[in-house]
Ligand binder design. Sequence first.
Ligand code: ADP
Ligand code: TYD
Length: 208
Amino acid sequence: MNGAGRFITFEGIDGSGKSTQARHLDGRLREEGYDTLLTREPGGSPGAEEIRALVLEGDPDRWSAETEILLFTAARRDHLERTIWPALEAGKVVICDRFVDSTRMYQGLSRGDLRAQVDALHELMIGTEADLTLLFDMDPGLGHQRAKARATAEERFEDFGEGLQAQMRQGFLALAEEFSERFRVVDAGREIDAVAEDVARIVLEHLR
Ligand code: ADP
Ligand code: TYD
């Protein structure tokens, strides 16, 4: 349990529609009378947004995977202290676009097996897990296309290429089995409204 509130995280490859669906869900929950907080990682607090620019911009080889674990975890700690924990204490439903499962995948898998280091640092410095995690599962080629079409400066991970996306998809599906109690897998390769209906049904069921 996370205070009086509920902590819901969205995970999946780049371009799988997480941000779009997070906004839809936030609107829907407000209509249903829930007090919500919509946030994202890396970022979600002023300090963590500064770290976001460090990790998402620049050359793919700018940081080693080990250094990234430290940077993403530092950003997460600040985000929790200043944004997430106070909202959960206040009884809100927190919707967070990416959380530690992204670190378990992107830093834990992409450049060798660092999963044990990610989990150890998480236990030591973070501790909090989501109550419910939605995995937006889709074809990695399509996700990569959608993500590249956005054309922002935040392309460091997209520049690792489509191969990384395919590896992340398989990794996320395996993680959903490992943590089957809190994960629900959503087919994200459909129309926005169809995906949003599934998401609302799963989350409202969970909240009731
Ligand atoms: P993510 O946060 O997972 O990277 P976004 O929500 O930013 O994904 O979506 C990536 C791009 O794809 C955006 O341009 C968005 O408008 C578009 N998009 C999102 N969901 C769908 C969908 N179901 N069908 C087609 N395009 C979509
Ligand atoms: P995000 O802005 O969610 O990208 P997208 O909308 O394309 O899904 O996240 C940017 C990148 O940061 C994404 O490629 C995944 C990466 N990332 C990590 O590598 N580790 C992490 O712990 C987090 C939260 C994100």
